[in-house]
Design a protein around this ligand. Structure first.
Ligand code: GLU
Length: 310
């Protein structure tokens, strides 16, 4: 039997997550350890917010705690890039799931420097590079943060520079990917410049309330800022469904049945077309780099409310 969304429903979901963890603390998973600033975050945190068609936002758990959106930023940069360079982006980036980890270099060699999709790191670095061309890194970053603030209709959204510096200090794989792309002529700017913007976009911090609000343009809700053309909304959702969780995308589509993008900060942005936008955060990850309890909650919510698109 399908259930109705309510504040009580979300409070119960949060209570159930904590009850599961009381039985077995391992259910939280472990925060990303390769970015030192994220490694020490307490995994025992959970938040959920749902922004609905009528403008209402329902939240439960740690929904006032800003977290590092990391790869969820790729949804925003792709939105800006498609608006800027349009379909020419697809000459540089593919649209197929990779089946490889998010920072893998393997397919990049086999496919001659064209990343499989814009959500794996190589593809996101090319997308950021497209945004950067013709601009100073500061201008590109300012465009990104303004887009996110406009989507959320909230100016109190900022970049955590310590997290960006922490990722830069240990970002050897991204450095390798950027140099590899450049060697194939698929990076227009110097790797350090493009990566500088990329690390800062990943270090944007938002609460689940802010992220759920920012996702509304992808759910095609009425009365929200129209940031991209409807055809692009369709493309973005298709890519989130097929590639949004790296090499865990098939499993996520199977379990949740909704377009979504994850980040190694433990965030999830889940889109329910024409109904709402859901943000979930729990910093402990599974082996693919996706939030463990976040995925559990997304699956439960989609089944309980009958919100899957299939
Ligand atoms: N900044 C992270 C990286 O490049 C993003 C990865 C993610 O969130 O999945 O490794």
């Amino acid at each position: 039997m399908t259930r109705e969304l309510s504040k009580d429903y979300l409070d119960q979901l949060v209570a159930d997550v904590h009850a599961l963890a009381a039985d077995d603390p391992n259910v939280w998973g472990a925060p990303a350890s390769y970015i030192p600033e994220l490694a020490h975050i307490d995994p025992a945190q959970f938040a959920i917010s749902v922004a609905l068609e009528d403008g209402m936002i329902l939240s439960a758990g740690d929904c006032d705690v800003p977290f590092s959106i990391q790869s969820i930023s790729k949804v925003f940069t792709l939105s800006i890039a498609l608006g800027r360079v349009g379909d020419t982006l697809w000459r540089r980036v593919g649209r197929e799931p990779s089946g490889n980890p998010f920072d893998s270099v393997m397919k990049l060699e086999q496919e001659k420097g064209k990343p499989r999709n814009p959500f794996i790191n190589a593809g996101a670095i090319v997308t950021t590079d497209a945004l950067l061309s013709g601009h100073a890194p500061k201008e590109a970053l300012s465009e990104i943060i303004h887009f996110v603030r406009a989507a959320a209709e909230d100016d109190d959204i900022h970049i955590n520079k310590t997290v960006a510096a922490s990722e830069k200090a240990t970002g050897y794989r991204n450095l390798a990917l950027a140099h590899y792309l450049r060697s194939y002529g698929n990076l227009d700017n110097e790797p350090d410049f493009t990566l500088g913007v990329y690390y800062h976009q990943c270090a944007i911090e938002m609460t689940t309330v802010q992220l759920a609000r920012a996702g509304r343009f992808l759910a095609s809700l009425n009365d929200v800022p129209k940031l991209i053309a409807p055809a692009k909304v369709r493309s973005l959702n298709a890519l989130m469904m097929t590639c949004g969780q790296y090499d865990g995308s098939g499993e996520f589509a199977f379990r949740v049945g909704l377009p979504s993008k994850s980040g190694v900060g433990g965030g999830l942005l889940v889109i329910v077309p024409h109904r709402g936008s859901i943000a979930i955060w729990s910093p402990g990850l599974d082996s693919h780099g996706n939030s463990l309890m976040g995925t559990y909650a997304a699956e439960r919510l989609s089944r309980d409310l009958g919100w899957g698109v299939f």
